[in-house]
Design a protein around this ligand. Structure first.
Ligand SMILES: [Zn+2]
Ligand SMILES: [Zn+2]
Length: 329
């Protein structure tokens, strides 16, 4: 069995995981509903979890030929079986386990931490591990989630006491739902949410995740002291416009693992990706014979794995640049 990159993560030529734009594979597995992972052309059979399918249909387009997968249930291919398992990233996100003459686990985007609204991933035991390396540098070390929640709650309470209005920025799929639940659980405040967040909140609830109360933003800024928006919309211009219509100071914070402040007053390290320690912890528990890294700091993580864990590792390379079959798969 071989694994390589060619417009997605290919398992032999029968399955492509997280296909890139332009992949013509017959069967694709979409690990979760973030835009960089959702590519299909209407002809391929699309495997994904039921919640992922709902989020895709809410945010992108109808998926024809979709086959919803149940976590833990095996599907037979000619040379292997496939099963998917919670990856702890966003609603419906999965990691994949391929079992044939050897076993291959593909984490896709994942985290091990539990959040207010989702359990963390359980590492998959395997021979070959394909692991994301978004935060594959030791500099990226996130505090426990409970600590981040406490810090956020303190900062927000302090600002509300000063009569400031709080703008929270978080991706509309995943982070914004956690922020919605956080406002209810830690502050007892019902937040206003942007329409895109509102629609995804409804999908989360449809799949059994309770987020507490929230109000759709609709010319009703005064209805709360907190507004949750997608980060791309939280421009300086928006902050100014809000300050003008509310006639009070607006402070804004972003929930993300990337420590770039830009014009935000605060950045809270609330990430849906594993930090460096979680990446290493996953590998220790999975006990693979070899590791392929992808995304972000792929090269750096591969050398840390070789040095720290003494396991052969390298970035997953594109088929087009390979002279021969991958040496250790
Ligand atoms: Zn993602
Ligand atoms: Zn991603």
């Amino acid at each position: 069995m071989e694994v390589f990159e060619q417009k997605g993560i290919c398992i032999n030529s029968s399955l492509v995981i997280d296909p890139a734009n332009g992949s013509n594979a017959d069967t694709v597995l979409i690990s979760h509903a973030h835009s960089d992972h959702v590519h299909f052309n209407g002809k391929n059979s699309v495997l994904c979890s039921k919640p992922t399918l709902s989020l895709i249909e809410q945010n992108f387009k109808k998926a024809k030929n979709a086959l919803p997968l149940k976590n833990g249930k095996k599907i037979e291919f000619d040379e292997f079986t496939l099963s998917v398992h919670n990856s702890g990233h966003i609603l419906g996100s999965v990691q994949a386990l391929i079992e044939g003459n050897k076993s291959i686990a593909v984490t896709s985007d994942f985290k091990l931490q539990d959040s207010l609204i989702q359990k963390g991933a359980v590492p998959l035991h395997c021979d070959t591990l394909v692991i994301e390396s978004t935060f594959g540098l030791p500099d990226y070390s996130f505090p426990p989630r409970s600590e981040v929640y406490e810090r956020m709650a303190l900062w927000i309470k302090k600002n509300i006491k000063k009569n400031n209005y709080v703008l929270l920025a978080g991706y509309s799929t995943g982070k914004a739902q956690e922020l919605t639940a956080f406002c209810n659980a830690f502050l007892g405040i019902v937040p206003l949410v942007h329409e895109r967040v509102y629609n995804n909140n409804k999908v989360y609830e449809k799949h059994g995740v309770s987020l507490g109360e929230y109000i759709k933003l609709d010319h009703n800024l005064q209805d709360s002291s907190i507004l949750i928006m997608p980060p791309a919309l939280c421009s300086r211009h928006l902050v100014q416009a809000l300050q003008f219509s509310l006639n009070k100071r607006v402070v804004c914070a972003k929930a993300t693992g990337w420590n770039y402040r830009h014009h935000f007053d605060e950045v809270f390290p609330l990430s849906d990706h594993a930090d460096f320690n979680q990446l290493i912890e996953y590998i220790k528990q999975a006990e693979p014979k070899n590791v392929l890294t992808m995304h972000g700091f792929a090269r750096e993580l591969a050398s840390s794995i070789k040095r720290k864990l003494k396991i052969p590792a390298r970035p997953l390379e594109s088929r087009n640049y390979q002279q021969s079959l991958p040496e250790f798969v």
